[in-house]
Design a protein around this ligand. Structure first.
Ligand SMILES: [Ca+2]
Length: 275
């Protein structure tokens, strides 16, 4: 009898340890499942094709995105390698509390500069508000390997119900590295921030106050990053939404110029031709 109790106790302890490991791991990784025949070619770095959010939750009821709720699941469809006609895979990542995805949609942007897209998405913490995260899919050669990896993130803003709105990426500072552009607290502080990859962090390279790209209830994020005469610039609304401005890097800082009255919010996204 005593031996049975001991065995039971050992089993329960092992189960407990296993569930702790699983809970910790779920935030960062997710198993990839193949929907086609196994790919046996020379390369197996997944190439992201599309990304979406699903599994709405009401545990972070911020509600600034109109009918778009917070989500717990990120799904990325990918090819096993660039140009492979088949062997598509679908990777899913589900966030545990206190984290959610709070975004209009994930973006496929190349942040590392190697041509392969990363996944850029806003994540929010129930007590600390939003942060920007960048994800990649890992090599699938390791059998049943977890495939999502967060390669970098900003700090959380630090306060519940504070959000940020990414709208583009490009080499603003001319050093060859890519910066992601977002407006932090577009309804309150209205600060443009450019962040670049430094190790496993997104580090601020420049900022400018007095611009914005989202109003409470809108289900899209406005603003454009464009390249004109070799110069990368951001098109945004002035903080009062009456003027349109272009922001570019000049003499070691961000500088803005007026582009005229803003009649329609759609102009901020359509304005991707130079002039
Ligand atoms: Ca890349």
């Amino acid at each position: 009898m005593n031996i049975i109790f001991r065995l039971l106790s050992i089993c329960l302890t092992l189960l407990g340890l296993l569930s702790m490991v699983t809970t910790q791991a779920v935030a960062e990784i997710s198993k990839i499942t193949s929907t086609g025949a196994p790919y046996t070619g020379p390369t197996s770095m997944p190439w992201p094709l599309s990304a979406s959010l699903s599994d709405p939750t009401d545990r972070y009821p911020h509600g600034v995105l109109g009918r778009i709720p917070s989500f717990t699941t990120l799904t990325v469809e990918a090819q096993i390698c660039e140009g492979c006609p088949e062997a598509r895979v679908s990777a899913r990542l589900t966030l545990p509390a206190p984290l959610v995805f709070e975004d209009v949609a994930p973006r496929l942007w190349d942040i590392t500069g190697d041509g392969r897209p990363e996944i850029v998405v806003v994540q929010s913490h129930e007590n600390l508000g939003a942060r920007l995260t960048v994800w990649t899919l890992r090599d699938t050669q390791e059998e049943a390997a977890p495939l999502f990896r967060m390669i970098a993130a900003t700090d959380f803003i630090g306060t519940r119900f504070r959000w940020l709105a990414p709208f583009g990426a490009g080499d603003f500072t001319g050093d060859g590295a890519i910066e992601i552009a977002y407006v932090e607290t577009p309804h309150l502080g209205k600060v443009l921030r450019l962040v670049g990859l430094e190790g496993d962090r997104l580090v601020e390279q420049a900022s400018l106050a007095g611009v914005t790209n989202h109003r409470i209830g809108e289900e899209t994020i406005s603003g454009t990053v464009r390249s004109c005469d070799g110069r990368t610039e951001a098109i945004l609304a002035a903080s009062d939404w009456r003027r349109m401005v272009a922001v570019h890097w000049q003499n070691g800082a961000l500088s803005s110029r007026d582009l005229g009255p803003l009649r329609d919010v759609g102009e901020l996204t359509r304005n991707d031709s130079c002039g």
